[in-house]
Design a protein around this ligand. Structure first.
Ligand SMILES: [Zn+2]
Length: 460
């Protein structure tokens, strides 16, 4: 009896001492954000990833260099465990610099070369190239009207990124299908090749690449993106003249699948080690760029959570996993592999957060989850508002964590930064380290660490 009383007394004192020492949530969040703003390494890590590793197209030497870099970084950050998760990935090779040139028409006095880039996964014309007429198509309704006229021609989708939409992701969703499914739809009517106006917002001439998806029922025809200024020029050529003939050459090829890896760093939970919180971005990028915003920013912000937890001596209750996903851009194989293996092992994933919308000033989070979880999530907004988070709302998540939601109903959350400049550089050669601002990047990492802390403390 006496021992029991003593034990009870001791337990009471230590619990009281613990709750006195434990910082309040606002204090802890402030500590996390402040440490990242003052001591954060995300920006320097991004510089290394962009300048030392460089472009990281899936299956390219850059991808393997990035895998090694990511694993070493998380080891240096003292993650409890770092491993490579093997994953089959597509092996697409761009080949020689693409050529698109006017060879016959009414504008022969003008500059004849046009700025293009093959779309990811595109088939090539072969080394000899293809010469043919170009037909301008305004939108998919126009394609249906002109379907008898496209046979054997180069279809030019002249659909613009909508400048009147305030939300740039809405404009991307609107124009994106011309890149992703436009080539397959034109192939259905016998088109020989497709040139797509770049899905990008900047008034410049950098072509924006990105994956296209063929339909196996139709021929896989060469597909390229054209810079927005050259798209304007091309549309004028076609209006003024008629029957303009162009030469197109791209030598890309799709090789058999090869092996890539998700790079995973983990801090084991102290109370609920079986409950896993995933944070991630994708390690691959398009090849003409450094992939600074897309998605080097997400990679370094996710890794920063390990650094700051270790730096502040914060021991999470639940297991925190940082995943640098493979092959988001032209296959989504990394995300599918991660969720598939989680299912096979019977893991319990309580939340996944993705950052893949650019390293700009954070504005909010949006997530896909059930009503009770959404209520809990939204209630945290007041804690994050001092750091510029004004929206905690339903919807979205991310491409790489989507499979976790579909397989386990895991709540999935995406960081929503200010996206006004994202599609200026997205998938273009201008997506370089210099286009990222250190404070914006670090503030983004700070709010991610804060939200991960809240989910770790209270579950979701
Ligand atoms: Zn991305």
């Amino acid at each position: 009896m006496k021992i029991f009383t003593l034990l009870l007394l001791f337990w009471g004192i230590s619990a009281a001492a613990y709750s006195q020492n434990k910082p309040s949530d606002p204090d802890m969040i402030q500590k996390l954000v402040t440490d990242i703003l003052v001591n954060g390494t995300a920006y320097d890590n991004l510089r290394q990833l962009c300048k030392q590793v460089g472009p990281r197209l899936t299956a390219s030497p850059g991808m393997y260099a990035a895998e090694k870099w990511g694993a070493e970084k998380m080891q240096a950050m003292k993650a409890d465990k770092v491993w490579l998760q093997e994953c089959a990935v597509p092996h697409w090779v761009r080949g020689q610099k693409e050529v698109f040139r006017l060879v016959r028409g009414y504008n022969m006095g003008a500059r004849k070369e046009f700025s293009i880039l093959s779309l990811g996964n595109s088939f090539g014309t072969g080394a000899k190239g293809f010469t043919g007429e170009v037909i301008a198509i305004d939108d998919f309704a126009d394609l249906e009207k002109k379907k008898e006229q496209v046979k054997g021609k180069i279809v030019f989708y002249n659909y613009r990124f909508r400048q009147d939409f305030v939300e740039p992701f809405r404009a991307y969703g609107d124009a994106g299908p011309y890149r992703t499914s436009g080539p397959a739809r034109a192939a259905q009517y016998g088109a020989a090749a497709v040139v797509v106006r770049s899905v990008g917002s900047a008034p410049d001439n950098h072509p924006h690449t990105g994956a296209t998806r063929y339909n196996d029922s139709f021929p896989k025809i060469p597909a390229v993106a054209i810079g927005n200024e050259d798209a304007d020029r091309l549309s004028k050529f076609l209006r003024n003249g008629g029957h303009e003939t162009f030469y197109l050459r791209n030598t890309c090829v799709m090789l058999p699948d090869t092996i890539g890896h998700n790079i995973i760093g983990e801090i084991k939970g102290s109370e609920f080690p079986d409950e896993i919180i995933t944070i991630g971005g994708h390690l691959d990028s398009w090849d003409p760029a450094e992939g600074a915003h897309d998605d080097g920013a997400g990679v370094v912000q996710s890794m920063e959570v390990i650094r700051v937890f270790k730096a502040l001596g914060y021991q999470p209750k639940r297991t925190i996993r940082v995943v640098l996903f493979a092959n988001e851009e032209n296959g989504l194989r990394g995300g599918a592999k991660y969720a598939g293996e989680a299912k096979a092992k019977g893991e319990k994933h309580i939340m996944a957060l993705e950052t893949d919308a650019g390293g700009f000033t954070p504005r909010g989070f949006s997530g896909t989850m059930n009503a009770a979880q959404l209520e809990k999530f939204k209630a945290w907004k007041t804690l994050l508002e001092p750091y510029g988070i004004h929206k905690m709302e339903a919807g979205g998540g991310g491409a790489d964590i989507g499979p976790l939601n579909r397989l386990f109903n895991t709540p999935v959350i995406g960081l929503s930064p200010d996206a006004q400049r994202y599609f200026d550089v997205h998938h273009a050669a201008t997506d370089v380290f210099e286009s990222v601002n250190k404070r914006e990047l670090h503030l983004g990492a700070g709010v991610i660490a804060a939200l991960v802390y809240l989910v770790d403390q209270y579950g979701l």
